[in-house]
Design a protein around this ligand. Structure first.
Ligand code: ZN
Length: 436
């Protein structure tokens, strides 16, 4: 939790922004929405202006880094090679860089106040297995490759913003950590962000997650989810000579039919998906094993817990039904278990947080509008600990995430980069703030 005193000063800072935004424009020489109105507290600082200009001048270089990083495979649990490339890029921006034991790449820009930390992060990993072709293809202005947008865009923005701060000699008030973290996707179960928050928790004030493309949203609510794997085992046998023996696949099918008939509320929105099913030996064998993987999500932890229990009850019932209908129970019975593969806790950014105020101020400055969203991202972890966090796109347009047809177009990237930089400076502050 943020100390009450820090929260108070953060609220004062937020209040300052609100005052600045809401001040009626009285002078024609200071038009509303002008680049020179104080729509962010720091945007007219000369170093910040210089960092923004650096981003504008180096859009081609940024796209080159995105292509290069995307072409280094980073399957789940194998992010090390891409991590080394990001380490070199962060080190060349004058940061002290280390790779922690989880595999997170952490570049430090020391602030005047080292007791307070803000994080800008982008995940290294993709959902694609190591056999996937990740060479980037160019079709006009469009770049195509698995992972090009999620999270090539976020990583490119991370290294670009670090470089822009370095080139512009920005000296933050709070220490900034630029982090390329591991394990965001799927069964990675947010392990990189978990480790990061665990390490820095007492000092951590804000986390800004860069994930994918776009500037249309800001994730402020963490969607809670669980991934479960059910396994049913039996003795196994021959399809003809052992007919009548309990069959784990039959039991799994019986259980699945029960589970998919579970009623879930529309509000709070609650969902489930049987995403994988496997088992069996051959067409003429009674299998000895069957498995299924289920993803459950809800706006409510209570509903999540109910659905978790429902799955276990359905598996138990499916096994019971299969045992009851088996003609030959003499050769053994079915066993079952349900394992938790992953769990993402929920949480929500307070509406009056300094981080949201900084993002809103940045949106005004760059002329962007964005909607609040609930989603499952790296921000779940800090939010679940009461630490301010958001997840945003890093600009440009993209689509086909998690598919082999994934694409990205950098044309409108600049706005996303500036929005992220200004939000970051908004929460880090500057070491020497000019009196105004
Ligand atoms: Zn992502």
């Amino acid at each position: 939790m943020i100390a009450p005193q820090a929260r108070h000063s953060a609220m004062k800072q937020a209040a300052l922004w609100v005052i600045l935004f809401c001040m009626p424009v009285r002078s024609a020489s200071v038009p509303h929405n002008s680049r020179h109105t104080p729509s962010t507290q720091y945007a007219d600082n000369s170093e910040v202006q210089s960092a923004l200009a650096w981003l504008t001048r180096n859009l081609t270089w940024i796209t080159e880094q995105q292509v290069r990083l995307t072409e280094i495979p980073a399957p789940p649990f194998q992010e090390a090679q891409r991590g080394v490339a990001v380490r070199a890029l962060l080190a060349s921006s004058g940061l002290e860089v280390q790779i922690d034991k989880t595999g997170n790449v952490i570049g430090e820009l020391r602030g005047a106040n080292e007791k307070e930390i803000v994080v800008l992060s982008a995940h290294l990993d993709t959902v694609f297995p190591s056999s996937t072709e990740v060479k980037v293809r160019h079709e006009g202005d469009r770049l195509l490759a698995p992972g090009i947008s999620d999270n090539g865009t976020g990583l490119a923005a991370l290294v670009a913003i670090a470089r822009a701060c370095h080139e512009a000699h920005i000296k933050p008030r709070r220490t900034i950590l630029f982090v390329a973290d591991v394990g965001e996707e799927g069964e990675g179960n947010l392990r990189g962000m978990r480790a990061l928050v665990e390490t820095y928790r007492p000092k951590l004030k804000s986390v800004i997650v860069l994930d994918g493309s776009g500037t249309d949203h800001v994730t402020t609510k963490a969607l809670a989810s669980r991934r479960l794997e059910a396994t049913i085992n039996g003795p196994g046998g021959h399809s003809w000579s052992d007919f009548g023996m309990p069959n784990p696949i039959n039991a799994l099918v019986r259980a699945s039919v029960r589970f998919i008939n579970t009623k879930v509320p529309v509000s709070p929105r609650t969902t489930f998906n049987i995403g994988q099913i496997e088992g069996g030996t051959s067409v003429n064998s009674i299998p000895y094993e069957a498995k299924l993987k289920v993803d459950i999500r809800s706006e409510s932890e209570d509903e999540l817990t109910k659905l978790d229990s429902a799955l276990r009850e359905c598996i138990a019932a499916g096994v019971r039904d299969e045992m009851e209908s088996a003609r030959d129970r003499s050769k053994g019975k079915l066993e079952w278990k349900v394992n938790l593969l992953g769990s993402r806790p929920g949480g929500e950014l307070p509406a009056n947080s300094a981080l949201l105020a900084a993002l809103r101020a940045a949106d005004v400055y760059v002329g962007n509008q964005s909607r609040l969203e609930r989603s499952s991202t790296d921000a779940n972890i800090p939010l679940s600990h009461g630490i301010d966090a958001i997840s945003i796109g890093a600009g440009g347009t993209g689509g086909g995430a998690h598919s082999l047809q994934e694409w990205y177009e950098p044309a409108s990237r600049e706005m996303g980069l500036k929005r992220a930089l200004l939000t970051l400076i908004g929460v880090s502050g500057l070491a020497e703030e000019k009196a105004r």
